[in-house]
Design a protein around this ligand. Structure first.
Ligand code: IUR
Length: 463
Protein backbone atom coordinates (compact mmCIF):
# COMPACT_ATOMS: atom_id res chain seq x y z
CA UNK A 1 0.00 0.00 0.00
CA UNK A 2 1.38 3.42 -0.95
CA UNK A 3 1.88 6.23 1.57
CA UNK A 4 -0.95 8.15 -0.06
CA UNK A 5 -3.42 5.29 0.49
CA UNK A 6 -2.44 4.51 4.06
CA UNK A 7 -2.95 8.16 4.97
CA UNK A 8 -6.51 8.23 3.59
CA UNK A 9 -9.64 6.94 5.22
CA UNK A 10 -11.87 5.78 2.33
CA UNK A 11 -14.95 5.69 4.55
CA UNK A 12 -14.43 9.35 5.42
CA UNK A 13 -13.92 10.23 1.74
CA UNK A 14 -17.18 8.52 0.79
CA UNK A 15 -18.99 10.39 3.59
CA UNK A 16 -17.52 13.67 2.39
CA UNK A 17 -18.74 13.13 -1.20
CA UNK A 18 -22.09 11.78 -0.01
CA UNK A 19 -22.64 15.02 1.94
CA UNK A 20 -21.85 17.17 -1.10
CA UNK A 21 -18.24 18.04 -0.25
CA UNK A 22 -15.37 18.46 -2.70
CA UNK A 23 -12.57 15.89 -2.85
CA UNK A 24 -8.98 17.11 -3.04
CA UNK A 25 -6.63 15.98 -5.82
CA UNK A 26 -4.74 13.93 -3.20
CA UNK A 27 -7.90 12.12 -2.13
CA UNK A 28 -8.88 11.38 -5.74
CA UNK A 29 -5.33 10.10 -6.39
CA UNK A 30 -5.61 7.78 -3.37
CA UNK A 31 -9.04 6.55 -4.51
CA UNK A 32 -7.80 5.65 -8.01
CA UNK A 33 -4.64 4.06 -6.58
CA UNK A 34 -6.89 1.99 -4.33
CA UNK A 35 -9.06 0.96 -7.31
CA UNK A 36 -6.01 -0.02 -9.35
CA UNK A 37 -4.31 -2.02 -6.64
CA UNK A 38 -7.53 -3.49 -5.18
CA UNK A 39 -6.70 -1.90 -1.81
CA UNK A 40 -10.20 -0.57 -1.42
CA UNK A 41 -13.25 -2.77 -0.93
CA UNK A 42 -15.57 -3.19 -3.94
CA UNK A 43 -18.51 -2.01 -1.84
CA UNK A 44 -16.61 1.19 -1.06
CA UNK A 45 -15.92 1.79 -4.76
CA UNK A 46 -19.63 1.25 -5.48
CA UNK A 47 -20.62 3.65 -2.70
CA UNK A 48 -18.21 6.28 -3.98
CA UNK A 49 -19.56 5.89 -7.51
CA UNK A 50 -23.10 6.39 -6.24
CA UNK A 51 -22.04 9.44 -4.19
CA UNK A 52 -20.42 10.92 -7.34
CA UNK A 53 -23.55 10.07 -9.36
CA UNK A 54 -25.73 11.81 -6.75
CA UNK A 55 -23.62 14.88 -5.96
CA UNK A 56 -21.59 15.32 -9.15
CA UNK A 57 -18.10 16.80 -9.25
CA UNK A 58 -16.74 20.29 -9.86
CA UNK A 59 -14.39 20.72 -12.84
CA UNK A 60 -11.23 20.42 -10.70
CA UNK A 61 -12.40 17.07 -9.32
CA UNK A 62 -13.32 15.70 -12.76
CA UNK A 63 -9.95 16.80 -14.11
CA UNK A 64 -8.09 15.13 -11.22
CA UNK A 65 -10.17 11.96 -11.59
CA UNK A 66 -9.47 11.78 -15.33
CA UNK A 67 -5.74 12.43 -14.95
CA UNK A 68 -5.35 9.80 -12.21
CA UNK A 69 -7.29 7.27 -14.30
CA UNK A 70 -5.13 8.06 -17.35
CA UNK A 71 -1.86 7.45 -15.49
CA UNK A 72 -3.16 4.31 -13.79
CA UNK A 73 -1.54 2.36 -16.67
CA UNK A 74 0.63 2.76 -19.77
CA UNK A 75 0.65 6.06 -21.63
CA UNK A 76 1.79 6.10 -25.27
CA UNK A 77 4.93 8.08 -26.16
CA UNK A 78 5.34 9.06 -29.80
CA UNK A 79 8.38 10.20 -31.78
CA UNK A 80 8.91 13.97 -31.45
CA UNK A 81 8.30 14.58 -35.15
CA UNK A 82 4.70 13.39 -34.67
CA UNK A 83 4.03 16.04 -32.00
CA UNK A 84 1.27 17.81 -33.96
CA UNK A 85 0.09 14.85 -36.04
CA UNK A 86 -1.51 12.45 -33.58
CA UNK A 87 -5.30 12.86 -33.58
CA UNK A 88 -8.40 10.80 -32.84
CA UNK A 89 -12.15 11.08 -32.44
CA UNK A 90 -14.54 9.43 -30.01
CA UNK A 91 -18.26 8.93 -30.57
CA UNK A 92 -20.75 8.43 -27.76
CA UNK A 93 -22.40 5.78 -29.93
CA UNK A 94 -25.22 5.55 -32.39
CA UNK A 95 -27.16 3.21 -34.64
CA UNK A 96 -25.39 2.60 -37.94
CA UNK A 97 -22.43 4.67 -36.74
CA UNK A 98 -19.60 3.33 -38.90
CA UNK A 99 -17.89 6.74 -39.21
CA UNK A 100 -14.56 5.59 -37.72
CA UNK A 101 -14.03 3.10 -40.56
CA UNK A 102 -13.73 5.67 -43.36
CA UNK A 103 -12.62 8.58 -41.14
CA UNK A 104 -9.50 6.95 -39.66
CA UNK A 105 -7.84 6.12 -43.03
CA UNK A 106 -9.04 9.44 -44.52
CA UNK A 107 -7.17 11.31 -41.76
CA UNK A 108 -4.09 9.15 -42.32
CA UNK A 109 -4.28 9.94 -46.05
CA UNK A 110 -4.14 13.64 -45.05
CA UNK A 111 -0.90 13.08 -43.11
CA UNK A 112 -2.26 12.46 -39.58
CA UNK A 113 -1.32 9.62 -37.24
CA UNK A 114 -4.45 7.97 -35.80
CA UNK A 115 -3.98 5.41 -33.00
CA UNK A 116 -7.68 4.69 -32.53
CA UNK A 117 -8.41 2.58 -29.47
CA UNK A 118 -11.99 1.48 -29.70
CA UNK A 119 -14.46 -0.85 -28.02
CA UNK A 120 -16.93 -3.65 -28.62
CA UNK A 121 -20.61 -2.78 -28.61
CA UNK A 122 -22.88 -3.09 -25.63
CA UNK A 123 -26.67 -2.57 -25.51
CA UNK A 124 -28.12 -1.02 -28.69
CA UNK A 125 -25.02 0.60 -30.18
CA UNK A 126 -22.65 -1.46 -32.30
CA UNK A 127 -18.93 -1.27 -31.56
CA UNK A 128 -16.31 -0.35 -34.14
CA UNK A 129 -14.31 -3.45 -33.17
CA UNK A 130 -17.30 -5.72 -33.88
CA UNK A 131 -17.61 -4.24 -37.35
CA UNK A 132 -13.90 -4.80 -38.08
CA UNK A 133 -14.03 -8.34 -36.70
CA UNK A 134 -16.51 -9.23 -39.43
CA UNK A 135 -13.58 -8.93 -41.88
CA UNK A 136 -11.83 -12.34 -42.01
CA UNK A 137 -8.42 -12.18 -40.32
CA UNK A 138 -8.75 -8.66 -38.85
CA UNK A 139 -6.88 -8.66 -35.53
CA UNK A 140 -7.86 -5.94 -33.05
CA UNK A 141 -5.27 -7.13 -30.50
CA UNK A 142 -2.06 -5.20 -31.09
CA UNK A 143 0.67 -4.43 -28.56
CA UNK A 144 1.88 -0.92 -27.82
CA UNK A 145 4.96 -1.64 -29.98
CA UNK A 146 2.84 -2.97 -32.87
CA UNK A 147 0.59 0.12 -32.72
CA UNK A 148 3.65 2.35 -33.02
CA UNK A 149 4.95 0.31 -35.98
CA UNK A 150 1.59 0.41 -37.81
CA UNK A 151 1.40 4.18 -37.29
CA UNK A 152 4.92 4.47 -38.68
CA UNK A 153 4.17 2.31 -41.74
CA UNK A 154 0.52 3.10 -42.48
CA UNK A 155 -0.50 6.10 -40.36
CA UNK A 156 -3.58 4.60 -38.69
CA UNK A 157 -4.86 1.58 -36.80
CA UNK A 158 -8.03 0.62 -34.96
CA UNK A 159 -7.33 -1.62 -31.98
CA UNK A 160 -8.81 -2.84 -28.70
CA UNK A 161 -7.82 -1.61 -25.26
CA UNK A 162 -4.78 -3.51 -23.96
CA UNK A 163 -4.64 -4.93 -20.42
CA UNK A 164 -2.21 -2.24 -19.35
CA UNK A 165 -4.05 0.79 -20.71
CA UNK A 166 -6.16 2.65 -18.11
CA UNK A 167 -6.70 -0.38 -15.83
CA UNK A 168 -8.69 1.79 -13.38
CA UNK A 169 -11.38 2.30 -16.06
CA UNK A 170 -11.83 -1.43 -16.51
CA UNK A 171 -12.67 -1.80 -12.79
CA UNK A 172 -14.80 1.33 -12.55
CA UNK A 173 -16.74 0.66 -15.77
CA UNK A 174 -17.78 -2.83 -14.64
CA UNK A 175 -18.89 -1.48 -11.25
CA UNK A 176 -20.73 1.46 -12.84
CA UNK A 177 -22.72 -1.03 -14.87
CA UNK A 178 -23.53 -3.06 -11.74
CA UNK A 179 -24.44 -0.03 -9.60
CA UNK A 180 -26.60 1.93 -12.11
CA UNK A 181 -24.09 4.78 -12.20
CA UNK A 182 -23.17 4.74 -15.90
CA UNK A 183 -24.97 7.99 -16.76
CA UNK A 184 -22.94 10.40 -14.64
CA UNK A 185 -21.16 13.22 -16.46
CA UNK A 186 -17.94 13.19 -14.36
CA UNK A 187 -17.73 9.38 -14.57
CA UNK A 188 -18.35 9.31 -18.33
CA UNK A 189 -15.82 12.11 -18.77
CA UNK A 190 -13.19 10.30 -16.68
CA UNK A 191 -13.74 7.07 -18.58
CA UNK A 192 -13.63 8.49 -22.11
CA UNK A 193 -10.97 11.17 -21.71
CA UNK A 194 -8.56 9.04 -19.63
CA UNK A 195 -8.35 6.52 -22.50
CA UNK A 196 -7.87 9.24 -25.12
CA UNK A 197 -5.30 10.96 -22.86
CA UNK A 198 -3.36 7.69 -22.67
CA UNK A 199 -3.11 7.82 -26.48
CA UNK A 200 -1.13 11.10 -25.99
CA UNK A 201 -3.13 12.94 -28.66
CA UNK A 202 -2.44 16.36 -30.05
CA UNK A 203 -6.10 16.86 -31.04
CA UNK A 204 -9.28 15.06 -30.03
CA UNK A 205 -12.77 15.44 -31.46
CA UNK A 206 -15.77 14.19 -29.50
CA UNK A 207 -18.85 13.26 -31.52
CA UNK A 208 -21.61 13.58 -28.92
CA UNK A 209 -24.91 12.20 -30.18
CA UNK A 210 -28.35 13.31 -29.10
CA UNK A 211 -31.80 12.03 -30.06
CA UNK A 212 -34.06 9.01 -29.82
CA UNK A 213 -31.27 6.47 -30.41
CA UNK A 214 -28.59 8.21 -28.30
CA UNK A 215 -27.65 8.08 -24.59
CA UNK A 216 -28.81 11.70 -24.25
CA UNK A 217 -32.17 12.41 -25.84
CA UNK A 218 -32.00 16.21 -25.98
CA UNK A 219 -29.46 18.72 -27.26
CA UNK A 220 -29.02 20.51 -23.91
CA UNK A 221 -27.94 17.41 -21.96
CA UNK A 222 -25.66 16.31 -24.80
CA UNK A 223 -24.11 19.79 -24.76
CA UNK A 224 -23.44 19.55 -21.01
CA UNK A 225 -21.58 16.26 -21.53
CA UNK A 226 -19.73 17.65 -24.57
CA UNK A 227 -18.58 20.71 -22.63
CA UNK A 228 -17.28 18.55 -19.79
CA UNK A 229 -15.39 16.29 -22.24
CA UNK A 230 -13.92 19.32 -24.03
CA UNK A 231 -12.88 21.08 -20.80
CA UNK A 232 -11.17 18.04 -19.35
CA UNK A 233 -9.54 17.05 -22.66
CA UNK A 234 -8.05 20.53 -22.97
CA UNK A 235 -6.91 20.48 -19.33
CA UNK A 236 -4.83 17.38 -20.18
CA UNK A 237 -3.11 19.21 -23.04
CA UNK A 238 -5.12 17.72 -25.93
CA UNK A 239 -6.68 20.30 -28.27
CA UNK A 240 -10.26 19.10 -27.76
CA UNK A 241 -13.49 20.03 -29.51
CA UNK A 242 -16.93 18.46 -29.86
CA UNK A 243 -19.60 18.05 -32.49
CA UNK A 244 -23.20 17.59 -31.41
CA UNK A 245 -24.89 15.36 -33.96
CA UNK A 246 -28.45 14.10 -34.34
CA UNK A 247 -29.08 10.40 -33.72
CA UNK A 248 -32.71 9.60 -34.52
CA UNK A 249 -32.70 7.66 -37.79
CA UNK A 250 -29.74 5.31 -38.42
CA UNK A 251 -26.63 6.79 -40.06
CA UNK A 252 -26.49 5.69 -43.68
CA UNK A 253 -28.62 2.85 -45.03
CA UNK A 254 -27.02 -0.13 -43.25
CA UNK A 255 -27.13 -1.27 -39.64
CA UNK A 256 -25.31 -4.43 -38.48
CA UNK A 257 -21.61 -5.22 -38.41
CA UNK A 258 -20.95 -6.86 -41.79
CA UNK A 259 -23.34 -4.59 -43.65
CA UNK A 260 -21.70 -1.53 -42.09
CA UNK A 261 -18.27 -2.68 -43.31
CA UNK A 262 -19.75 -2.93 -46.81
CA UNK A 263 -21.20 0.59 -46.52
CA UNK A 264 -17.93 2.03 -45.11
CA UNK A 265 -16.02 0.52 -48.07
CA UNK A 266 -18.52 2.11 -50.45
CA UNK A 267 -17.89 5.48 -48.74
CA UNK A 268 -14.13 4.94 -49.15
CA UNK A 269 -14.76 4.35 -52.87
CA UNK A 270 -16.43 7.77 -53.16
CA UNK A 271 -19.94 6.30 -53.15
CA UNK A 272 -22.36 5.47 -50.34
CA UNK A 273 -25.02 7.54 -48.58
CA UNK A 274 -24.84 11.32 -48.35
CA UNK A 275 -25.33 11.62 -44.57
CA UNK A 276 -22.39 9.28 -43.90
CA UNK A 277 -20.18 11.30 -46.23
CA UNK A 278 -21.42 14.54 -44.64
CA UNK A 279 -20.41 13.32 -41.17
CA UNK A 280 -17.04 11.88 -42.23
CA UNK A 281 -16.04 15.06 -44.07
CA UNK A 282 -17.28 17.35 -41.29
CA UNK A 283 -15.59 15.47 -38.43
CA UNK A 284 -12.42 14.97 -40.46
CA UNK A 285 -12.41 18.64 -41.48
CA UNK A 286 -12.71 19.67 -37.81
CA UNK A 287 -9.73 17.52 -36.85
CA UNK A 288 -7.55 18.75 -39.73
CA UNK A 289 -8.35 22.32 -38.74
CA UNK A 290 -7.86 21.70 -35.01
CA UNK A 291 -4.46 20.10 -35.65
CA UNK A 292 -3.48 22.95 -37.99
CA UNK A 293 -3.23 20.71 -41.05
CA UNK A 294 -5.73 22.93 -42.83
CA UNK A 295 -6.16 26.72 -42.56
CA UNK A 296 -9.96 26.53 -42.18
CA UNK A 297 -12.72 24.10 -41.43
CA UNK A 298 -13.95 24.34 -45.01
CA UNK A 299 -10.57 23.49 -46.52
CA UNK A 300 -10.25 20.59 -44.06
CA UNK A 301 -13.59 19.27 -45.29
CA UNK A 302 -12.44 19.61 -48.89
CA UNK A 303 -9.23 17.67 -48.10
CA UNK A 304 -11.25 14.80 -46.61
CA UNK A 305 -13.72 14.79 -49.53
CA UNK A 306 -10.76 14.66 -51.91
CA UNK A 307 -9.11 11.59 -50.30
CA UNK A 308 -12.49 9.83 -50.28
CA UNK A 309 -12.90 10.34 -54.01
CA UNK A 310 -9.32 9.90 -55.24
CA UNK A 311 -8.75 6.52 -53.57
CA UNK A 312 -6.05 7.69 -51.10
CA UNK A 313 -8.21 6.89 -48.03
CA UNK A 314 -9.19 3.52 -49.53
CA UNK A 315 -5.49 2.61 -49.99
CA UNK A 316 -4.82 3.50 -46.34
CA UNK A 317 -7.72 1.28 -45.25
CA UNK A 318 -6.34 -1.57 -47.36
CA UNK A 319 -2.87 -1.12 -45.83
CA UNK A 320 -4.36 -0.95 -42.32
CA UNK A 321 -6.29 -4.21 -42.88
CA UNK A 322 -3.10 -5.94 -44.05
CA UNK A 323 -1.09 -4.55 -41.12
CA UNK A 324 -3.76 -5.91 -38.78
CA UNK A 325 -3.77 -9.45 -40.14
CA UNK A 326 -6.09 -9.51 -43.18
CA UNK A 327 -4.59 -11.44 -46.12
CA UNK A 328 -3.30 -9.39 -49.05
CA UNK A 329 -5.77 -11.12 -51.34
CA UNK A 330 -8.86 -10.38 -49.19
CA UNK A 331 -7.78 -6.77 -48.49
CA UNK A 332 -7.12 -6.18 -52.19
CA UNK A 333 -10.39 -7.74 -53.26
CA UNK A 334 -12.50 -5.78 -50.73
CA UNK A 335 -10.87 -2.56 -51.92
CA UNK A 336 -11.21 -3.19 -55.65
CA UNK A 337 -13.86 -1.20 -57.52
CA UNK A 338 -15.89 -4.16 -58.76
CA UNK A 339 -15.93 -6.47 -55.80
CA UNK A 340 -18.63 -8.85 -54.64
CA UNK A 341 -18.25 -8.06 -50.94
CA UNK A 342 -19.98 -11.25 -49.92
CA UNK A 343 -17.26 -13.40 -51.46
CA UNK A 344 -15.33 -12.48 -48.31
CA UNK A 345 -17.87 -11.18 -45.80
CA UNK A 346 -20.43 -13.64 -44.47
CA UNK A 347 -23.99 -13.01 -45.64
CA UNK A 348 -26.83 -14.09 -43.32
CA UNK A 349 -28.83 -17.12 -44.52
CA UNK A 350 -32.10 -15.24 -45.04
CA UNK A 351 -33.16 -11.85 -46.39
CA UNK A 352 -36.70 -10.63 -45.78
CA UNK A 353 -38.19 -7.42 -47.14
CA UNK A 354 -41.06 -5.51 -45.54
CA UNK A 355 -43.45 -3.29 -47.46
CA UNK A 356 -44.92 0.12 -46.65
CA UNK A 357 -48.59 0.04 -45.69
CA UNK A 358 -49.42 3.51 -47.04
CA UNK A 359 -48.42 6.12 -49.62
CA UNK A 360 -46.61 9.23 -48.48
CA UNK A 361 -43.28 10.79 -47.55
CA UNK A 362 -40.77 8.98 -45.30
CA UNK A 363 -40.71 11.30 -42.26
CA UNK A 364 -38.67 9.19 -39.83
CA UNK A 365 -37.11 5.75 -39.25
CA UNK A 366 -36.60 5.05 -35.55
CA UNK A 367 -33.03 3.79 -35.12
CA UNK A 368 -33.64 2.69 -31.54
CA UNK A 369 -36.47 0.33 -32.57
CA UNK A 370 -34.35 -1.15 -35.37
CA UNK A 371 -31.39 -1.67 -33.01
CA UNK A 372 -33.65 -3.35 -30.44
CA UNK A 373 -34.99 -5.85 -33.01
CA UNK A 374 -31.46 -6.56 -34.32
CA UNK A 375 -30.33 -7.16 -30.76
CA UNK A 376 -33.02 -9.85 -30.41
CA UNK A 377 -31.92 -11.39 -33.73
CA UNK A 378 -28.41 -11.88 -32.31
CA UNK A 379 -26.55 -8.75 -33.44
CA UNK A 380 -25.94 -7.28 -29.97
CA UNK A 381 -24.72 -8.17 -26.48
CA UNK A 382 -26.40 -7.92 -23.11
CA UNK A 383 -23.15 -8.69 -21.27
CA UNK A 384 -19.55 -7.82 -22.11
CA UNK A 385 -17.71 -10.74 -23.73
CA UNK A 386 -20.80 -12.39 -25.26
CA UNK A 387 -20.44 -13.58 -28.84
CA UNK A 388 -22.62 -11.99 -31.50
CA UNK A 389 -23.81 -12.71 -35.03
CA UNK A 390 -21.96 -10.24 -37.28
CA UNK A 391 -24.13 -10.95 -40.33
CA UNK A 392 -27.44 -9.90 -38.77
CA UNK A 393 -28.51 -6.45 -39.90
CA UNK A 394 -30.83 -4.33 -41.98
CA UNK A 395 -30.54 -2.39 -45.21
CA UNK A 396 -32.86 0.57 -45.53
CA UNK A 397 -34.20 0.79 -49.07
CA UNK A 398 -35.54 4.36 -48.73
CA UNK A 399 -34.18 7.71 -47.54
CA UNK A 400 -35.82 10.26 -45.27
CA UNK A 401 -37.89 12.71 -47.31
CA UNK A 402 -38.41 10.19 -50.13
CA UNK A 403 -41.88 9.46 -51.57
CA UNK A 404 -42.99 5.90 -50.91
CA UNK A 405 -45.94 3.88 -52.24
CA UNK A 406 -48.04 1.36 -50.40
CA UNK A 407 -46.60 -2.12 -51.08
CA UNK A 408 -43.10 -0.78 -51.82
CA UNK A 409 -40.26 -2.57 -50.00
CA UNK A 410 -38.58 -0.18 -47.57
CA UNK A 411 -36.32 -2.45 -45.48
CA UNK A 412 -34.39 -5.69 -46.05
CA UNK A 413 -33.61 -7.68 -42.93
CA UNK A 414 -30.63 -10.06 -42.93
CA UNK A 415 -31.19 -12.88 -40.42
CA UNK A 416 -30.06 -16.42 -39.65
CA UNK A 417 -33.23 -17.69 -37.95
CA UNK A 418 -35.65 -18.97 -40.62
CA UNK A 419 -38.58 -16.62 -39.83
CA UNK A 420 -39.10 -13.27 -38.17
CA UNK A 421 -41.68 -13.30 -35.39
CA UNK A 422 -44.90 -11.29 -35.85
CA UNK A 423 -43.70 -9.01 -33.03
CA UNK A 424 -40.37 -8.35 -34.76
CA UNK A 425 -42.18 -7.56 -38.01
CA UNK A 426 -44.63 -5.22 -36.34
CA UNK A 427 -41.89 -3.45 -34.33
CA UNK A 428 -39.93 -2.85 -37.53
CA UNK A 429 -43.05 -1.66 -39.39
CA UNK A 430 -43.71 0.68 -36.45
CA UNK A 431 -40.26 2.25 -36.84
CA UNK A 432 -41.25 3.71 -40.24
CA UNK A 433 -43.15 6.98 -40.05
CA UNK A 434 -44.90 8.01 -43.28
CA UNK A 435 -46.88 11.25 -43.63
CA UNK A 436 -47.67 14.26 -45.77
CA UNK A 437 -44.88 15.90 -47.76
CA UNK A 438 -45.58 19.27 -46.10
CA UNK A 439 -44.77 17.83 -42.66
CA UNK A 440 -41.24 16.70 -43.66
CA UNK A 441 -38.48 18.91 -42.33
CA UNK A 442 -34.96 17.94 -43.41
CA UNK A 443 -32.53 18.29 -40.51
CA UNK A 444 -28.76 18.24 -40.94
CA UNK A 445 -26.92 15.62 -38.89
CA UNK A 446 -24.53 18.16 -37.37
CA UNK A 447 -26.21 20.60 -34.99
CA UNK A 448 -23.26 22.34 -33.29
CA UNK A 449 -19.48 22.45 -33.16
CA UNK A 450 -17.84 23.32 -29.83
CA UNK A 451 -14.38 24.53 -30.75
CA UNK A 452 -11.22 24.19 -28.70
CA UNK A 453 -10.62 27.42 -26.75
CA UNK A 454 -7.65 28.65 -28.76
CA UNK A 455 -9.28 28.52 -32.20
CA UNK A 456 -11.13 31.69 -33.14
CA UNK A 457 -14.59 31.21 -34.63
CA UNK A 458 -14.85 31.38 -38.42
CA UNK A 459 -17.84 31.01 -40.67
CA UNK A 460 -18.62 27.33 -40.85
CA UNK A 461 -22.20 27.42 -41.97
CA UNK A 462 -23.75 26.35 -38.68
CA UNK A 463 -26.19 28.37 -36.67
N1 IUR B 1 -17.62 4.82 -23.43
C1 IUR B 1 -16.63 4.84 -22.53
O1 IUR B 1 -15.47 4.58 -22.86
N2 IUR B 1 -16.92 5.15 -21.24
C2 IUR B 1 -18.17 5.45 -20.84
O2 IUR B 1 -18.38 5.73 -19.69
C3 IUR B 1 -19.20 5.44 -21.82
C4 IUR B 1 -18.90 5.11 -23.10
I1 IUR B 1 -21.15 5.83 -21.26
Amino acid sequence: MSRMESAVNFQEMIRQKRDGGQLSSEEICAFIQGVKSANIQECQIGAMLMAIWQKGMVDEETMALTKEMMISGDVFHWPEEWAELVVDKHSTGGVGDKISLPLTPALAACGCKVPMISGHGLAHTGGTLDKLESIPGFNIHQSVEQVRQILQDVGCCIVGQTETLVPADRVLYALRDATATVDSIPLITGSIISKKGAESLHALLLDVKFGKAALYKDLDSARTLAQSLVNVGNSLGMRSGAVLSRMDAPIGRCVGNTLEVYEALECLKGRGPDDLKELVTFLGGCLLWMSHRSPSLESGQRMIAEVLTNGAALRKFQAMMEAQGVSTQVAHSLCSQTTDYFEHLRRAKYQTELQASEDGTVLDIDGMVIATVLHKLGAGRTKAGQSINHSVGVELLVDLGQQIQRGQSWIRIHHDCPVLSPEQRSDLQGSLLVGGRDTYQPRPRVAEFIQPPDIRPTQHGLS
